[in-house]
Design a protein around this ligand. Structure first.
Ligand SMILES: *Cc1c(COP(=O)(O)O)cnc(C)c1O
Length: 398
């Protein structure tokens, strides 16, 4: 029998990577654990005299590289990257809310955020009031002695209303509440909520920041040092840690974020005008258009970076809606946003299907309501595809 190499030569690992390779790209570190030189060296690390990693759930290089870049974009420090946008919100709730506390939140929050607050928090003795965040007086009226946080999305989904961030920040300051802002739709390219007084900022990195629909991640950062430490503690204790590979992909995506955002915004602005002039379209919702109900506030807060999100309605009920989607096979009909390519969603059958029809109607979400997350494609291509789809939908009106 041929001699075999000893098994241990395969199993035993050397110290990798050697530090003189100087790669251009951040290496991917899937390692679950990190070695220490000695018990003394571990003391130094745990007591903060040296920096280093121990165990991936507690932190790893790919998360830290990504967090630094996101901190820089948001103008924050020591932010935490989490396994998803929802994990970021989980960390916020666990780090800031006590039993018996009360939360004031926007009435049009992201579906899962809404579910967490309305169905899970009451089980832990936390009350929640949902209010119209375009109306600072409504926010003030909802505040109770036990209120601890106010949770706001700068731009709501799918009606793209713009919250009165300045008014709400003033109330939070006066009442001693933490202002928590979800910046997913707007991104730090359009607004840095901390500049307006947000105490905690979070995002779904899954969407525009990573931008390629191949990584699920979140980010959260707080201005107060104690809250920052608590966010990190709950994130590693409750297991909200991100995967190194997703962080690596998101870092790669983030390199082109500003260029993608600007191009997608240009496309969205053009498409908004195109749709508004189309005979098959009843209504267009785009913050950059003068007919948007919060156009003036959007102009003040977003400084021209209106974003890539656009909603519109067509007449003709479900049949017309089905026809529109089938006649645009290259525009992905998918429940996400922020991809490099344009995606189309139908809130009545996806994000908002849990609402009663009357609640949907109150929000204006009819069968003919669509939301576009505009990508960076050639604008002529997008215009032609949508034109064809709209004509097909018009022919199917009920
Ligand atoms: C997607 C989304 C989230 C949740 O992020 P995930 O990464 O999917 O967990 C939260 N808020 C908003 C506004 C979102 O669009």
């Amino acid at each position: 029998m041929a001699e075999r190499p000893e098994n241990r030569s395969v199993v035993r690992r050397g110290l990798v990577p050697p530090d003189d390779l100087r790669p251009l790209v951040t290496p991917l570190y899937p390692s679950v654990a990190y070695r220490a030189a000695s018990p003394d060296a571990l003391d130094d690390q745990y007591e903060g005299r040296t920096e280093g990693y121990t165990y991936a759930r507690e932190g790893h290089p790919n998360a830290d590289v990504l967090a630094d870049k996101l901190d820089w974009l948001e103008g924050m420090h020591e932010g935490v990257v989490t396994a998803s946008g929802m994990a970021a919100l989980t960390a916020i709730i666990l780090a800031t809310v006590e039993q018996g506390a009360h939360v004031v939140a926007g009435e049009q929050l992201y579906g899962r955020s809404m579910r967490m607050l309305s169905q899970d928090l009451p089980r832990f003795g936390v009350g929640v009031s949902f209010v119209d965040t375009c109306d600072a007086d409504a926010v003030r009226a909802a505040v109770r002695p036990e209120t601890q946080i106010v949770l706001v999305e700068v731009m709501s989904n799918p009606t793209l209303r713009i919250a009165d961030l300045e008014g709400i920040a003033a109330i939070a300051r006066e009442e001693g509440l933490l202002l928590v802002v979800d910046n997913t739709f707007t991104t730090p390219r359009a607004i840095r909520p901390a500049d307006y007084g947000a105490d905690i900022v979070f995002s779904s990195v899954t969407k525009l920041l990573a931008g390629h629909s191949d990584a699920t991640l979140g980010y959260v950062a707080a201005r107060n040092r104690k809250i920052r430490a608590r966010l990190r503690d709950v994130a590693v204790t409750w297991g909200l840690t991100p995967s190194p590979f997703d962080c690596w992909l998101a870092e790669r995506g983030l390199h082109s974020f500003a260029v993608r955002y600007d191009r997608a915004t240009e496309n969205a602005a053009e498409l908004a005008d195109f749709l508004a002039a189309h005979e098959a379209v009843e209504r267009v919702i785009y913050p950059g258009r003068a007919d948007h109900p919060d156009h003036a506030r959007a102009a003040a807060l977003l400084a021209g970076a209106w974003g890539n999100m656009l909603s519109f309605t067509i007449a003709g009920g479900r049949r017309a809606a089905n026809a529109l989607v089938t006649a645009a096979p290259d525009i992905a009909f998918a429940p996400t946003l922020g991809d490099i390519g344009t995606t189309l969603s139908h809130p009545a059958t996806s994000s908002h299907r849990g609402l009663d029809p009357s609640e949907r109607t109150a929000l204006g979400i009819t069968e003919g309501f669509f939301r576009l997350s505009v990508g960076i494609e050639d604008i002529d291509l997008l215009r032609d595809e949508l034109d064809r789809a709209l004509i097909a939908a018009q022919a199917e009106r009920e």
